[in-house]
Ligand binder design. Structure first.
Ligand SMILES: *Cc1c(COP(=O)(O)O)cnc(C)c1O
Length: 353
């Protein structure tokens, strides 16, 4: 029987290896890792591989993913990266620690924690310039004061997130500022902050070059574990696997054709007027994969074939001298955006190796 296509082949051994190497690296200076599972939809086998590799927490932005892992009996501490007021009841039920920035939401968490006879733990996210989530530093003290009046909420740490929305680098000054805020909060309030979560996969360069890591003792890491790279410049991290995921899709047409469309020019299926480079008459193949399945711009062909373009269900490639036959599979590497989308596509089979 032929293997199903399109499929993603997922090497759990490589993911576990990456997690182990990163836990060792960051652990050398006392930093624990949260393995971030959102790009793989909280896939329980992948969460388990991360846990075998040594991560102390599994973090996800979607409550539904955490619920899926709990149903699969994954045993770890679960962290919710994105907290919505409307989900407060279930956040308290299913999550050990949630990241928060809004007092209304935290009051709702307090309300449900009381009903469920729990103390709900939170990390307060501080805005450090990337302009996604975060309490502005000047608002932090009054904010904490309000939280301290909520008896069923415990602040266990501070965090920040950079290099996500605004593309701001987590560097020495930013990390020092988070450390100093931590000290200032502990001086002002009678609380101990045990988890200072300084960022994500983009913190690799900072970690490698910083003479001092200050109070930072945790990072939330997805892409580095899954794809083996840092995310400031997407360079591979030494000794990590960058090919734990491989997308394989089927050739459904393979012909010699011109490289410039002929006829009167109009808009394509997505409202653009495309421009083409003249490659002369060449070998072209169509792959049964499309924009509905993944982010095509984040794919690279294994071997030297080139992606020319795509529509909702077709990817056109320059198949060079490879003489692709109809029915064969072509391998692609995925970046984070493509991985995220491909894992979400119901048309792509996930095959664990
Ligand atoms: C997605 C996310 C992460 C993980 O980011 P990576 O770049 O995959 O390491 C960390 N923290 C927050 C708040 C996130 O949303």
């Amino acid at each position: 029987m032929k293997a199903f296509m399109p499929r993603i082949e997922i090497s759990l051994a490589k993911i576990q290896h990456n997690a182990r190497m990163l836990c060792q690296l960051y652990g050398q200076r006392g930093i624990s890792l949260m393995g971030v599972s959102k790009a793989v939809l909280g896939e329980p086998l992948i969460a388990e591989a991360m846990i075998r590799g040594g991560v102390k927490f599994i973090a996800d932005s979607r409550l539904e993913n955490i619920q899926k892992m709990k149903i699969a009996r994954i045993s770890t501490r679960f962290v919710l990266l994105r907290t919505a007021l409307s989900q407060a009841k279930f956040v308290v039920e299913d999550v050990d620690i949630s990241l928060n920035t809004e007092i209304e939401t935290i009051k709702e968490l307090d309300h449900y924690a009381k009903i469920q006879h729990k103390i709900h733990q939170i990390i307060l996210m501080v805005e450090m310039g990337d302009l996604r989530e975060g309490i502005l530093p000047r608002d932090l003290f009054p904010f904490i004061e309000q939280v301290l009046s909520l008896p069923y909420i415990k602040i266990v740490g501070l965090g920040c997130n950079l290099a996500c929305y605004g593309g701001i680098k987590p560097d020495e000054p930013k990390m020092r500022q988070l450390s100093e805020l931590t000290d200032a909060v502990e001086q002002k309030f009678p609380i101990g902050l045990s988890l200072i979560s300084g960022g994500n996969s983009a913190n690799y360069e900072w970690y490698k070059s910083a003479p001092e890591i200050g109070r930072i003792n945790n990072l939330r890491v997805g892409e580095s574990i899954l794809l083996g790279c840092g995310t400031v410049n997407r360079q591979a991290i030494p000794q990590l696997h960058t090919n734990a995921f491989k997308l394989i899709a089927e050739v459904i047409e393979s012909k010699v054709k011109p490289s410039i469309p002929f006829g009167e020019v109009c808009q394509d299926a997505f409202g653009n007027v495309p421009v083409f480079r003249d490659r002369g008459i060449h070998n072209r193949a169509i792959i049964a994969l499309g924009k509905q399945d993944t982010l095509i711009s984040g794919l690279t062909c294994a071997r030297s074939m080139e992606i020319l373009g795509s529509s909702s269900d077709h990817v056109v490639i320059d198949s060079k001298h490879f003489g692709l036959k109809v029915g064969v599979g072509v391998d692609f590497n995925l970046d984070y955006g493509s991985l995220l989308a491909a894992m979400t596509s119901p048309f792509i089979k996930k095959q664990f190796m």
